[in-house]
Design a protein around this ligand. Structure first.
Ligand code: NZQ
Ligand code: ZN
Length: 384
């Protein structure tokens, strides 16, 4: 096992009615800015619950944070927060609103061009504290320190992170997710599944507990994913999905093990250039990436096939392929196509993607740093 420091400071308030408790999590004298997306919180009652919980407090609002939040929109929120001398941010929405709010938190006190947070990974000297009311189980952003921001003018989608950006608290009320369209629920199942895979499907690292935690989350997603899609108001199934998605990226299962975030790195390019939902880009890429990387990942692919999919028969090659095929079929069973062409891409952008990754100096990717430009091309060709 590799050495690690694990510290997750986010207080989780899980369950029905927990939004009512947020007032005690926010300093009494705080000037709060409530941030949200395109309006779903006004339709599903989350906005009203927050208003009731914060009655009598000074709250300014910033709505309109879009899916794949943009620098351009977020800078308007930064201006407003500075003008209003806001000192606490409350994000209500999915990963995009939470990520966007982390950017605002870091950008408000930032000295210089805040895009450097993403482009140069300049660490913020300080950040405003933030809390989150999560309405979409998927990203784990509600209790980690990462964010992914898009610059509309250049179509770059870049991630950054800092320990000061963990939300102080996160409300996870499964009922706040009942209003989700099936597409977003399916995206969330896939996203959580792939977060686990990026921390698990590498090479054995003498970390049996991390492996079994990861396998448990995968098995639970396979069990509750279809159930919660079929029965959106089944509280228990939605609660399990919410907790799976949280644990998939709160740092626990990745502590002490090698990680491979290449599916995400390529996925961000497909979102930036083709406008495909984050979870869907991962469904397109993961099976093909595992196939191309199957030699280096062989031991873990065999373990995955056996422990997660129960595949014990046949040669090693058959089992390796079987685990990948079952994963693809699982995504398809959720209504998520694993083929790029189904998303109507305007043109083949594989070379553009390779050039962008090379220009940014992020290649080679992977836990063994062996995913080079040629392999990126090969994966993208298989994605069609
Ligand atoms: O904007 P509103 O009106 O709220 O509608 C949203 C949005 O249209 C809607 N929605 C959310 N909760 C709802 C709801 N509709 C009805 N009822 C509800 N309860 O869903 C749509 C998508 O929301 P979005 O926040 O974009 O989805 P998601 O949570 O999947 O977040 C995706 C973003 O997170 C980033 C992705 O790259 C992407 O930008 N990620 C962040 C990570 C992190 N910070 O750790 C890790 C992930 O790998 C991911 O990269
Ligand atoms: Zn993701």
């Amino acid at each position: 096992m590799q050495s690690f420091t694990f510290h997750n400071p986010t207080r989780i308030l899980f369950g029905r009615g927990q939004i009512a408790k947020i007032s005690r999590e926010i300093p009494a004298a705080a000037r709060v800015m409530l941030t949200f997306g395109g309006g779903s919180i006004r339709q599903n009652g989350v906005y009203d619950q927050i208003q009731a919980a914060l009655k009598g407090r000074e709250v300014v609002e910033f709505g309109g944070i879009e899916p794949n939040p943009t620098f351009e929109t977020l800078m308007k929120a930064v201006d407003k927060a500075r003008q209003e001398r806001v000192d606490f941010l409350l994000a209500a929405g999915g990963g995009s609103v939470v990520d966007g709010t982390k950017f605002i938190a870091a950008a408000v006190p930032f000295d210089g061009d805040p895009w450097d947070l993403c482009l140069r990974h300049t660490p913020p000297a300080s950040a405003l504290p933030l809390g989150a009311v999560l309405t979409l189980p998927a990203t784990g952003s509600e209790s980690n320190g990462y964010a992914v921001i898009t610059r509309k003018s250049t179509l770059e989608k870049l991630s950054f992170g800092h320990p000061s950006l963990f939300p102080c608290f996160a409300v996870l009320d499964p009922e706040a997710t009942f209003s989700l369209p099936p597409r977003q629920v399916a995206n969330g199942v896939v996203d959580a599944f792939v977060h686990v895979m990026e921390q698990y499907l590498t090479y054995p690292a003498e970390a049996p507990l991390q492996d079994r935690l990861a396998e448990s989350i995968l098995q639970t997603l396979i069990e509750v994913g279809p159930r919660t899609l079929a029965e959106p108001q089944d509280y228990e199934a939605r609660a399990s999905l919410m907790w799976c998605a949280n644990l998939a990226l709160n740092g626990l299962i990745g502590a002490g093990v090698p990680q491979d975030w290449s599916t995400h790195a390529l996925g961000h390019e497909l979102t930036a250039l083709h406008g495909i939902d984050h979870g869907r880009t991962l469904a397109i890429l993961l099976p093909n990436l595992l196939w191309v990387q199957r030699e280096g990942k062989r031991a873990k692919l065999l373990q995955f096939a056996e422990r997660v999919w129960g595949l014990r028969e046949g040669s090693e090659g058959v089992r390796v392929e079987g685990g990948i095929v079952r994963t693809r079929e699982f995504f398809e069973s959720l209504g998520v196509s694993t083929h790029l062409e189904d998303y109507n891409p305007d043109r083949d952008r594989a070379e553009e993607i390779v050039a962008r990754l090379e220009r940014r100096g992020v290649l080679p990717l992977g836990e063994r740093k062996d995913l080079d430009a040629a392999k990126v091309r090969e994966i993208l060709l298989l994605c069609r």
